[in-house]
Design a binder for this molecule. Structure first.
Ligand code: GLN
Length: 285
């Protein structure tokens, strides 16, 4: 008799124990993906067996997972801010800590009088811009633009936006480049730029499967991108506007030092782990 779903999951979990801190969950997500069901569906069918073809496909995915490929790339999906996002190795996988950036942006947007213009820099899967748009659905006169320098990333972001029914204009642009020469200013600018220090050795082995430019193109200390974006704020941020930017653990003091005396009012917001994770930056003049 062929193995049951329960037994297949036990075997896969054991195989993944040394690779993943969430071996059981990973196994469930991969098997649910192959069977076209969800985790509850697996529980309900725990004593059923699967076809040979399904088992073979599942085993292939488990083997790839054992080589540190992230589950999100194997299933092509990742949940973020309660929404389902398509992802591929062209885009960074949305992370839970980035939900803090969305929360802060939405709270700030709620204090603004319309018309409101929002810009997301380096949108990747589109998860930040789309989650903000989804939260602000009922508000009138909001324009949201999202840019990325990768056309492949933009294609994914556009598909996510269409599937989730949000209205966002996507532009190919290296940070602010598409706006240079235009006299356009924003009330709210958000970004999750690359911030891992080049040469950092304490990173997870999964990162090698993600777009390297989205993680590492920010210099030796990982702060080049955030500092560059701040330096351009006087041209693109409205007087009362705010820039929220995700930063790396332990970068807050370096960023404060580097921005000191540059005419910004800055603040850091801690994530659930107590790490100063989001920089809030406004103009003082
Ligand atoms: N939070 C990511 C990580 O540490 C990095 C994301 C980024 O560089 N923007 O894996």
């Amino acid at each position: 008799m062929s193995a049951t779903i329960a037994a297949i999951l036990r075997t896969a979990t054991e195989q993944l124990l040394t690779v993943s801190p969430s071996a059981r969950l990973d196994s469930e997500l991969l098997l649910a993906h192959v069977l076209g069901t969800n985790r509850v569906g697996l529980i309900l069918k725990a004593n059923s067996s699967v076809s040979e073809d399904q088992l073979a496909r599942f085993e292939q995915l488990v083997a790839r997972r054992a080589n540190f490929e992230p589950v999100a790339y194997l299933t092509g999906h990742r949940e973020f801010f309660g929404l389902d996002f398509e992802v591929s190795p062209e885009v960074l996988i949305p992370r839970p800590e980035t939900e803090l950036l969305v929360e802060l942006a939405v709270k700030f947007a709620a204090t603004l009088n319309p018309p409101i213009s929002i810009l997301d820099l380096g949108t990747g899967s589109g998860c930040i811009a789309i989650s903000i748009a989804d939260q602000l659905r009922d508000r009138k006169q909001i324009t949201i633009q999202a840019v990325d320098r990768s056309a492949q990333a933009l294609a994914i972001a556009k598909r996510n936006s269409e599937r989730l029914g949000t209205e966002i204009t996507f532009l190919e642009s290296d940070w602010f480049s598409a706006f240079s020469g235009l006299d356009q200013r924003f009330d709210l600018i958000v970004s999750n730029p690359p911030y891992i220090a080049v040469g950092a050795t304490d990173t997870s082995p999964e990162l090698k499967h993600e777009p390297q430019g989205a993680l590492y193109s920010s210099g030796e200390q990982g702060v080049d991108a955030v500092l560059k974006l701040c330096s351009e704020l006087p041209r693109y941020l409205r007087k009362e506007g705010v820039f929220f930017c995700e930063i790396g653990a332990a970068q807050a003091s370096l960023i404060s030092e580097r921005l000191a005396g540059a005419g910004f009012e800055i603040k850091f917001h801690p994530d659930l782990a107590g790490i100063k994770r989001v920089l809030q930056c406004a103009l003082t003049y």
